[in-house]
Ligand binder design. Structure first.
Ligand code: PAF
Length: 296
């Protein structure tokens, strides 16, 4: 496995790979969620490339950019164990040299969910992912469904810009008690870790109502809120919303809030110092880690 710190080196090494390339973009601090994306990418392609880059343009001022964990050696080991052949791990100056002036913006998809609280965040994500896809030139790029809004925006971006890559969404990896695996879980103390299952409880309740035949977005969001309130105060909830899966059009809070199967219920909740996000697409079976919360 080779680690390339600049674009030229990476392109040279990438050109040696014969066959299809699967790609996972990361900001490092790799956990089981990232490793599952790597497995999915390697299932779909001959070679695996991973990028590790803490992207400054997607962090809002005052957020955790400086303190975001940087553990390249440990991350590289994990990539190697998953069969990764090439890591691209540039410095910020390599990706954003002086005079960098271009931003990629996907319109109309960041006025819901995390968008209002994170102004500019998704422009930063769309810009860096466009640049990374242009450098890595993968056949398939795998992103987690846990960051549902990011995935929907990147899908739209790839379609609109005719990027020659298949964007694949991979299932959220959950702990046994339903908590979605995330780099930010490390900020949770013991009691907070227990409370954090309230997001899973909320999603399970929404799913239960949907499974019983409820098709009103407001009622599904209310059910999710009931579950979340088991572990969080109302003011700790940034949002709980129901959106259309492809367009992210908001469905709750409207005169006619009837939903189709496939509606996504998503939430962001502060537990201690961690802002946790999670979501569930209501169109089929409940993830097994959430099953205990149904009727609970
Ligand atoms: O999901 C992430 O880790 C980041 O947003 C990504 C896709 C690597 C872009 O910096």
């Amino acid at each position: 496995m080779k680690i390339c710190r600049n674009i030229q080196d990476f392109r040279r090494a990438r050109a040696q790979l014969d066959g299809t390339v699967g790609y996972v973009a990361t900001m490092g601090a790799l956990h089981e969620g990232h490793l599952s994306l790597m497995r999915e990418a390697l299932n779909r392609a001959d070679h695996l490339c991973v990028s590790i880059f803490v992207n400054p343009t997607q962090f809002e001022p005052g957020s955790d950019y400086e303190s975001y964990p940087r553990e390249l050696e440990a991350d590289a080991e994990k990539c190697r164990a998953e069969g990764c052949e090439l890591i691209f791990a540039p410095d910020p100056d390599e990706m954003y040299p002086d005079g960098h002036a271009t931003t990629v913006q996907v319109e109309g998809m960041d006025d819901v969910l995390c968008g209002p609280q994170r102004p500019g965040h998704f422009d930063g994500v769309a810009t860096i992912v466009t640049k990374l896809l242009n450098i890595v030139e993968p056949d398939v790029a795998v992103f987690g469904r846990k960051d549902y809004q990011q995935l929907a925006i990147l899908r739209r971006m790839a379609r609109d810009l005719n990027l020659p890559v298949e964007i694949v969404g991979a299932e959220t990896v959950r702990e046994e008690d339903g908590l979605a695996v995330s780099s930010r879980n490390r900020y949770l103390g013991e009691a907070e870790r227990t409370r954090a299952t309230c997001l899973a409880k909320g999603l399970a309740r929404a799913w239960q109502r949907w499974n019983e035949g409820e098709r009103d977005a407001d009622a599904l969001v209310d059910a999710a809120r009931e579950g979340v309130l088991k572990g969080a105060d109302p003011e700790a909830i940034d949002y709980i919303e129901a959106v259309e899966p492809d367009t992210l059009r908001r469905l709750d809070g409207r005169d006619d809030s009837t939903v189709d199967d496939g509606v996504v219920v998503a939430m962001a909740v502060h537990i201690g110092d961690a802002r946790l996000i999670d979501n569930l697409r209501l169109d089929g079976a409940l993830p097994e880690e959430l099953a205990d919360y149904v009727n609970g």
